[in-house]
Design a protein. Structure first.
Length: 651
């Protein structure tokens, strides 16, 4: 019975399929071949795309752009349905002024203009810009993508340079990169600029920075707020509109006043040897009350002046009289080249350290330092003992190295500074010493730092002090123009900013003065927030940072100097922090982050007691010497390898 049912089922299936047995019983042979089917082609999937502007021009009330789009495999994108366009045009005064931001989006009510597909990934875009004429001069960019077809947006692509292209910037993109870091991988979360990802590309896929910025931040200040209210000149010169007709200091202006960037050193940002044209718009970005008829101290009433009025008085010579591009300061910074010959204990009295140096002037002639030391150019020797990779302090007081008591001439154009208040001799010690001071200029009214030391021979560092000079163009001018200079830059600071420096902050704040924690705190930590100084261009604790803007090569936590980082408000309150935690917590300052560091052996309250000896300072007072044991308890490097640090911090 079961077999019969199986046969019936099989017959029913055959009948349903329209099959029948051949009458000759030859049903096992193949039939005649059928027509070939259409070959299957995999769908085109676009994960990234590249656009190029083929041609563009302004017309009557419109901008016309022809462009191409290919995907990551070089295949033409044939279904583009969205493209954004920014365009800005020069006004009658010759300034970029009228800016539009318009988007074509197929099927959307807010869509502007028209988009025509010409085949093979080439498109024609016509966008409205009411003020445009056939003779307009301007600039702009397009950005295709992120429509319904799923194609990611391309980078912004600049209009190609034609007779209608407005080339108005004198700023050097490479100089932006030198401070702000690379722009290629910048996103909305990048730290080195509030929207550094707003750069653009040209048709060769090269980064375009300032010209892309000027498309939005035009050279005419608007009255209705938004990005147009802050011109590129205002950003660069460091004063932003406050929305009430005034301006606030921001960004670069903080560097002028506090961090040794010279506001008159135009070549820091601008192209070398560029010739500037004075203008109301440009000058008013610094001289904010320029056209106020009641401007205090004004020799000339500028309230009725126009752009054309400026050049009649402020010609090239007149402009550079006030903006001399720091030539006098450059001469002062380069006046002396100092060679550290040796840093040794005195052969007859090991309580003294002798720093032997040679110095030449800009003409290569040897300098008599016994004369310089007594003149308006003051240079002085200093020394201390290196311990656990850090300069051992105190010297003359709680946070400084010991200073020389005099200088004498030696042999072979050498000069010897004697330091009498250094720490006592220790077997196997490494000595750290050098010379620093000031070079005066402008008839003694101004001063520039001069510094040299043997730091690169005695102290391991993953940072590069010369990189500081990229932003701090005045030789990292610090502490009364006696520290910094062009030879060492930030490396000059470690003579006092050591793990052994427990001195409090200027406002009696309790934070680490050691070089690593201090600089991390100032550039990326809470230093400026607590003082309500506003963010520096490099400051945002919550965003990735480009460590190699200050550091060199690989950053390896196994190489962190093991010296406990001291903190304190006075001798009675000194305590320590383990060194890796002291550095990391200056940015990662939350409780959860600190708890994690503590679990890995970090300690934020290391008990510190003074050494048994007291140190006699230069003022005759006695100072406690703090010499905590080496710290080796932190296991951070097990997980935070150089490769993982590089990935997490985007370098």
């Amino acid at each position: 019975m079961k077999n019969i049912n199986k046969c019936r089922v099989a017959f029913a299936v055959i009948a349903a399929m329209g099959l029948s047995a051949c009458s000759d019983g030859d049903d096992g042979k193949d039939g005649l071949p059928g027509d070939p089917g259409i070959p299957w082609e995999p769908p085109v999937i676009t994960t990234s795309a590249v656009a190029k502007v083929l041609s563009w021009e302004y017309g009557s009330g419109v901008v016309n752009v022809e462009f191409s789009v290919i995907n990551q495999d070089g295949i033409a994108v044939e279904d583009l349905d969205r493209v954004q366009l920014f365009s800005t045009i020069k006004n009658d005064a010759g300034l970029l002024a009228d800016t539009v931001d318009v988007t074509y989006f197929e099927g959307e009510d807010s869509s502007a203009g028209t988009l025509s597909h010409n085949g093979e990934g080439i498109y024609s875009l016509v966008m409205p810009q009411d003020s445009a004429t056939e003779s307009s001069i301007g600039t702009g960019y397009i950005r295709p993508g992120n429509g319904n077809n799923g194609m990611p947006r391309t980078k912004r692509v600049m209009f190609t340079k034609t007779d209608q292209y407005a080339q108005v910037t004198t700023t050097d993109d490479a100089k932006c990169v030198s401070c702000h870091g690379a722009f290629e991988e910048a996103t909305g979360n990048s730290v080195w600029g509030w929207h550094q990802h707003h750069h653009a590309l040209d048709n060769e896929q090269e980064i375009v920075i300032v010209e892309a910025c000027i498309v939005c931040h035009t050279q005419t200040e608007q009255k209705d707020g938004g990005w147009a209210e802050n011109t590129m000149a205002m950003f660069g010169h460091g004063k932003l509109a406050d929305g009430e007709g005034g301006k606030n200091y921001s960004g670069h202006s903080a560097l002028w006043s506090n961090y040794s960037m010279d506001m008159k050193r135009c070549s820091t940002c601008h192209m070398d040897d560029v010739e500037f044209t004075a203008s109301i718009n440009g000058c008013a970005s610094c001289h904010t009350n320029l056209q106020d008829p009641d401007r205090e101290g004004a020799k000339v009433d500028h309230s009725t002046f126009t752009e054309g009025s400026c050049i009649s008085c402020h010609n090239i010579d007149g402009f550079y009289y006030e903006h001399e591009n720091a030539t006098d300061r450059d001469e002062a910074l380069s006046r002396y080249t100092v060679e550290i010959v040796s840093v040794l204990r005195n052969a007859d009295d090991d309580t003294k350290i002798e720093v032997t140096v040679k110095a030449t002037d800009i003409d290569g002639k040897y300098v008599d330092l016994t004369v310089v030391a007594d003149s308006e150019d003051t240079l002085n020797g200093w020394a201390t003992v290196m311990k656990n990779g850090e300069a051992m302090l105190p010297g003359r007081d709680e946070g400084h190295v010991a200073r020389a008591t005099g200088v004498v001439a030696g042999d072979n154009d050498e000069y010897i500074y004697t330091i009498e208040h250094a720490l006592p001799y220790v077997e196997g010690e490494v000595l750290f010493g050098g010379i620093d001071g000031r070079a005066y200029y402008d008839d003694g009214a101004k001063r520039a730092p001069v510094t040299a030391s043997n730091i690169n021979d005695v102290r391991r560092s993953s940072s590069d002090g010369l990189k500081c000079l990229t932003c701090h163009t005045e030789g990292l001018d610090g502490h009364g123009s006696a520290r910094g200079g062009l030879d060492l830059g930030g490396d000059a600071c470690v003579q006092c900013h050591s793990a052994y420096n427990w001195a409090p902050g200027k406002g009696s704040e309790d934070y680490a003065m050691a070089w690593g924690p201090l600089i991390h705190n100032m550039h990326f930590g809470v230093y400026n927030e607590e003082r309500e100084l506003g963010n520096m261009p490099t400051t945002d604790r919550n965003k990735p940072v480009d460590c190699t803007s200050c550091h060199t090569g690989e950053i390896n936590l196994d190489n962190v100097a093991p010296a406990t980082v001291l903190n304190g408000l006075d001798e009675a309150s000194v305590y320590g922090i383990t060194p890796i935690s002291a550095n990391c917590a200056s940015c990662h300052s939350g409780d959860s982050a600190k708890n994690h560091m503590s679990q890995q052996g970090g300690d934020f309250n290391v008990a510190i007691t003074p050494d048994s000896m007291m140190h006699a300072g230069e003022d005759g007072a006695g100072y406690a010497v703090f010499d905590p044991a080496v710290t080796n308890s932190e296991s951070c490097s097990v997980c935070h390898t150089p490769a993982r640090l590089a990935e997490a911090h985007q370098f």
